[in-house]
Design a protein around this ligand. Structure first.
Ligand code: IPM
Ligand code: MN
Length: 366
């Protein structure tokens, strides 16, 4: 029986990058003899247009019954004035909540070939390799009471002990597989919820003597990220701070179009690029599919234990960039600019090549 994947292309460039990602995935599956079964559903603005709601129970159920969910992008300007509960973005929040996706992993890794695509100096950003661990189903995004009236608007920032403990564990476990350093980002000099966060993270840290833990206020973290990003390994932070910090970290890598993400819970996982639906370039075959393909690589590694395929996919992308191929968002005057579909085909080609090389090495060394 195949692995079940729910495909949610979403809005804007979502369908274009999803088409590229699924083509790449099918190619990988063919080489590894793995079978994926896809169910495609609407989410976001396209679901509002068809069903009057950003996500339906049918879509949620399909996701809940799948081994993994792949999501493209959500949102479009024409929905900006809808009430919060009806906006396309609500679909994402509902998915996170319904599937219990409390842990959001956002790697910000610089591709050597792209050090000059960032607005920051190459010597500042080279060799940056950060893993942001963002708590995703708690904090001010979900706290009650919330609301607004003529006179007041309010939200509640609340975390419970188990919520902080489980996300802290995720960060320390990841650190063990990386450079064994965790920066807990909060605002404990002002917020009670952050003092609470800080103390619990220290308690969990007692179980991880091999990992170093530092505390950093979020304003300072924002500054250090653009001043000396290499100093970070794993960044552990709450929902809202993680949202902001991860966009800053994204720009270190040159383009939001490069960053994949994984959102995981006890039972479910969803993979999506960090970038949005890019209405300005929708339908023009210009979008950068690399973050979406990178999200497929994360899915292969985390949901299907196909770590070699994931590594080769990252390698294929590295090789393409090193050869000077770019989509428009990361192009320099010297680069060979590719459309979305051309980039898709290049990735498939490059994957075949790294896969063959690996197989040849295995044959000659065995
Ligand atoms: C993100 C997005 C979402 C968030 C929005 C669209 C709800 O900005 O995934 O970073 O704030 O979490
Ligand atoms: Mn965001």
């Amino acid at each position: 029986m195949g692995h079940k994947i729910t495909i949610l292309p979403g809005d804007g460039i979502g369908p274009e990058i999803m088409d590229a990602a699924v083509s790449v995935l099918n190619h990988v599956a063919g080489l590894y003899g793995v079978d994926f079964e896809y169910t495609t559903k609407l989410v976001g603005g396209c679901s509002i247009d068809k069903y009057g709601a950003p996500i339906t129970d049918d879509t949620l159920q399909s996701c809940a019954e799948s081994d993994a969910v792949l999501l493209g992008a959500i949102g479009a300007p024409q929905y900006d004035d809808l009430p919060h509960d009806q906006k396309p973005e609500k679909a994402l929040l509902k998915l996170r909540e319904a599937l219990g996706l409390f842990s959001n992993l956002r790697p910000a890794k610089i591709y050597p070939a792209l050090v000059d695509a960032s607005s920051l100096k190459a010597e500042v950003i080279s060799d940056t390799d950060i893993m942001i661990v963002r708590e995703l189903t708690g904090g001010i995004y979900f706290g009650t009471p919330r609301g607004y009236n003529e006179e007041r608007g309010w939200n509640t920032l609340v975390y419970t002990r188990p919520e902080v403990e489980r996300i802290a564990k995720v960060a320390f476990e990841l650190a063990l597989k990386r450079r064994s350093h965790v920066t807990s980002v909060h605002k404990s000099n002002v917020l009670d919820s952050s003092q609470f966060w800080k103390e619990i993270v220290h308690t969990v840290h007692a179980d991880y003597p091999g990992v170093t833990l530092e505390d950093m206020y979020v304003d300072n973290a924002a500054m250090q990220l653009v001043r000396n990003p290499r100093r970070f390994d794993v960044i552990l932070t709450q929902n809202m701070f993680g949202d902001i910090i991860s966009d800053i970290a994204a720009m270190i890598t040159g383009s939001l179009g490069m960053l994949p993400s994984a959102s995981m819970g006890e039972k479910h996982a969803l993979y999506e690029p960090v970038h949005g639906s890019a209405p300005d370039i929708t339908g023009q075959n210009k979008a950068n599919p690399i973050a979406m393909v990178g999200s497929v690589a994360m899915m292969l590694a985390y949901s299907f234990d196909m770590t070699e395929a994931a590594r080769l996919l990252d390698q294929a992308i590295d090789n393409i960039l090193a050869a000077g191929y770019r989509t428009a968002d990361i192009a320099t005057p010297e680069s060979k600019v590719l459309s979305t579909t051309e980039m898709r085909d290049k990735i498939i080609d490059a994957f075949s090549r790294v896969y063959d090389e690996k197989t040849n090495v295995e044959l000659t060394t065995s």
